[in-house]
Unconditional design. Structure first.
Length: 422
């Protein structure tokens, strides 16, 4: 039953294609049941994020085309339109792929941590509908352990590679006592939402959100136990802020240098950390010349991000080596698992032959036949039945000139070489 990883992602398909094959969370369970019902799949899990849709399957045979056809049919897409964007990996390559995905090595942002949670959610969804067999169950558990090891033993996620994360990381370097500090966020867009989340997770003491639309400021502040104000209220609150992070679309400067100078006097010249993420800028560049102001622009953070990205790339090389080893560990388990199933089937077959022959012997004894004759018949019958398959295999291999099979059978049964050297 081959393992298969099949899908498309940000590297192979544009967003217009990715969004057409995405699975909504409330439809995932039904989709899994539908996939299993199509016949060619024994077990399955579906990973669907903004950057990828992937199917992890245990196939009943080696043909992956029905899976691609199912993906297209489910989303009302022609298979021919889907094929150019689809990648597929089998067996060891499938194992390698999911390990790289969960470790953040295949992400749009190298080393990003969110993907592991998304892989765990995919596992939980598949598990909840009974879509996992022994192979995928073991593969997911192995994946979680390897991803954790990569995070623990490398610095793949240690360095910030987004402006929001970089800004907060820089703030944490400047302020060791973040729970005693106040942050003023100017703007309430997506970037500032990330900044607010990182600050909240880092234990910021007080969060104030200023925005042109007060309702939007309230919505963002409420999500992180913050306080909302309008832009024209900033002068009354700026002196309270130990750090200011700005990212608006406003024309002109939201914070001018004279206002910042007055607030510094109010703060008795305690340091003020400021990050301007806006383009065009929100904070008067002249503020950088003020004593006790540490002003960074988005370009300053880009330098930090590039350095950190190089650090992540070095960690990624180390992670790839770890994953190579872990792929082989899983494949060794898989070979053992498969051989155990074959050995079990072989033993069950031999035991069935034994039971049938013993039952016949018992009947013959009950009929009063000579026990010696019955024992001889039992021994001959068992010998013939047990030797039938390997002897038939040897004859067929010999007739076809199949040296590899002949050698394998000789090895399995410890047979002497049929053509020993002179």
């Amino acid at each position: 039953m081959p393992l298969l990883a099949l899908g498309l992602n940000h590297q192979t398909a544009p967003v217009g294609v990715r969004e057409r094959v995405a699975f909504a969370p409330d439809r995932l369970n039904a989709a899994l049941r539908n996939l299993l019902d199509q016949g060619g799949v024994h077990e399955a899990a579906i990973l669907s994020t903004c950057n990828r849709t992937e199917l992890y399957c245990g196939l009943k045979d080696g043909d992956s085309r029905p899976v691609v056809e199912w993906l297209g049919d489910y989303h009302k897409l022609r298979t021919v339109d889907l094929w150019p964007y689809v990648y597929q990996h089998a067996e060891g390559l499938a194992v390698r792929h999911i390990l790289r995905v969960a470790s953040g090595l295949d992400s749009l942002v190298l080393g990003e941590p969110q993907i592991l949670g998304q892989v765990k959610a995919a596992y939980q969804a598949a598990n909840s509908v009974g879509a996992l067999g022994a192979r995928l169950e073991r593969l997911f558990q192995h994946t979680f352990a390897v991803a954790k090891q990569v995070r623990t033993d490398t610095r793949i996620g240690a360095s910030p590679v987004s402006v929001a994360f970089a800004a907060v990381s820089l703030a944490k370097q400047i302020f060791a006592d973040l729970p005693q500090r106040t942050a003023l966020l100017i703007g309430a867009g997506d970037t500032m939402e990330l900044v607010a989340r990182h600050l909240h997770e880092s234990g910021i003491g007080r969060l104030v959100v200023a925005n042109r639309t007060l309702e939007r400021a309230h919505a963002l502040a409420a999500s992180f136990a913050g306080y909302a104000i309008a832009l024209d209220e900033i002068p009354a609150h700026l002196g309270e802020a130990d750090m200011v992070i700005a990212a608006t679309c406003c024309p002109g400067w939201v914070l001018e240098a004279p206002l910042i100078r007055r607030c510094l006097k109010q703060r008795r010249h305690q340091p003020m950390f400021m990050v301007d993420l806006a383009v065009p800028r929100d904070i008067d560049p002249a503020a950088a010349d003020l004593d006790d102001v540490y002003l960074y622009t988005v370009d300053d953070l880009k330098d930090i991000i590039q350095d950190n990205l190089r650090s992540r790339q070095a960690a990624a090389a180390q992670a790839e080596e770890m994953i190579d080893n872990q792929v082989e560990h899983f494949m060794a388990w898989l070979r053992t698992h498969d051989s155990a199933a074959s050995l079990r089937a072989l033993r069950e077959r031999a035991e069935a032959m034994r039971d049938a022959s013993l039952a016949r012997a018992h009947r013959q004894l009950a009929q009063g036949k000579d026990p010696v004759d019955v024992m001889n018949i039992l021994a001959n019958t068992l010998t013939n039945k047990l030797m039938h398959s390997p002897c038939a295999g040897l004859r067929e291999a010999a007739a076809q000139g199949d040296v590899e099979t002949l050698t394998l059978i000789q090895h399995l049964y410890h047979l002497p070489d049929a053509n020993p050297p002179l």
